[in-house]
Ligand binder design. Structure first.
Ligand SMILES: Cc1cc2nc3c(=O)[nH]c(=O)nc-3n(C[C@H](O)[C@H](O)[C@H](O)COP(=O)(O)O)c2cc1C
Length: 290
């Protein structure tokens, strides 16, 4: 990667930060800043040991209280892979996915730990969903960064959550384990490009700020800055220390901006039905689904 970090960030953000000189040529940072999702692949599947190695690297990423409330399912069974890809076939590019991995949130392991110690599981509320989903998302991001460093291309597939119960059945997921996203992975057929700024604009300072927002009451909706057609929900927390970096503007939860339009996904609601299912049993962990 020969581009300077500042050039890569300037291509993404109209208000990119001033990059310190000592970071300009750090190749690992350049790779992340210049990365892009890949939706066009060479046909060869990724070797199992490569996927397992990437999975182990992904699980070296931070995990809340090191509870590892996440699983990575390497789908190496051809029929299972085909059935899962059928669930997302409304996205035409997924028909040619060489290898597939599914990132799951796992609230089961923590329950087991409590059981083993004879403790009541006190966090049987939104935490059961939130902590596990965040852990899974961190693993997904780390897996993508690791895979791209290994010369592979990836694209997460969140629409698997639209058919979350079927995906869980295909994978034989046990109770309290639910899919967060699938990941298509393979050798890129063409070099992935960084995402261009979306039509509603992409400003670094909308999502990263070092300023605490002085506010006494918490509004539910805040108008977007001029020129941004999106209505932006303001949901920052005001309890963080004044020195903390946290969101100045946040997009609505579950809202994707595509072609300037905001759409609300129902996948979280569908997944939430899987948090406490009473009907499946099986094993969990980093594994190949067979
Ligand atoms: C959790 C998650 C789910 C995603 N689901 C999809 C998907 O279903 N289909 C798709 O084409 N891209 C999906 N993406 C990829 C995003 O669209 C992509 O990361 C975003 O447009 C930014 O582009 P870039 O990755 O090329 O920088 C997903 C990304 C994430 C993080």
């Amino acid at each position: 990667m020969s581009d300077h970090l500042s050039a890569l960030l300037a291509a993404r953000f109209s208000d990119a930060p001033q990059v310190p000189a000592d970071l300009e040529q750090v190749s690992s940072l350049q790779a992340i800043a210049g990365r892009g999702s890949c939706r066009s692949f060479e046909p060869d599947p990724v070797p199992l040991e490569t996927l397992r190695t990437l999975g182990a690297i992904a699980l070296a990423s931070p995990s809340k209280s090191d509870l590892q409330q996440r699983d990575i399912v390497i789908v190496d069974d051809a029929e299972q892979k085909s059935r899962l890809l059928d669930l997302v076939s409304d996205q035409a590019w997924t028909a040619q996915v060489p290898s597939l991995v599914v990132f799951c949130a796992n609230n089961r392991r923590q329950r087991h730990l409590h059981e083993m110690q004879g403790l009541e599981f006190a966090n049987d509320h939104l935490d059961a969903f939130f902590n596990a989903s965040v852990d899974a998302g961190i693993a997904l991001a780390s897996f993508v960064i690791a895979a791209e460093a290994a010369g592979l291309g990836c694209c997460p597939i969140s629409t698997i959550r639209n058919r979350a119960a079927e995906a869980s059945d295909i994978l034989g997921l046990p109770d309290h384990v639910f899919p967060v996203a699938a990941l298509a992975i393979g050798r890129p057929a063409a070099a992935p490009r960084s995402a261009p700024a979306c039509p509603c604009g992409r400003r670094f300072t909308w999502t990263v700020s070092t300023r605490r927002q002085p506010q006494t009451s918490r509004p539910t909706t805040r108008s977007a800055p001029p020129g941004n057609p999106m209505q932006i929900s303001a949901a920052p927390t005001f309890t963080a220390p004044a020195t903390a970096t946290h969101g100045q503007w946040t997009r609505p939860v579950n809202t994707a901006c595509r072609n300037g339009k905001a759409s609300r996904s129902s996948s979280a609601t569908k997944v939430s039905a899987l948090i406490n299912p009473q009907r499946r049993s099986g094993r969990a962990g980093l594994r190949s689904a067979r």
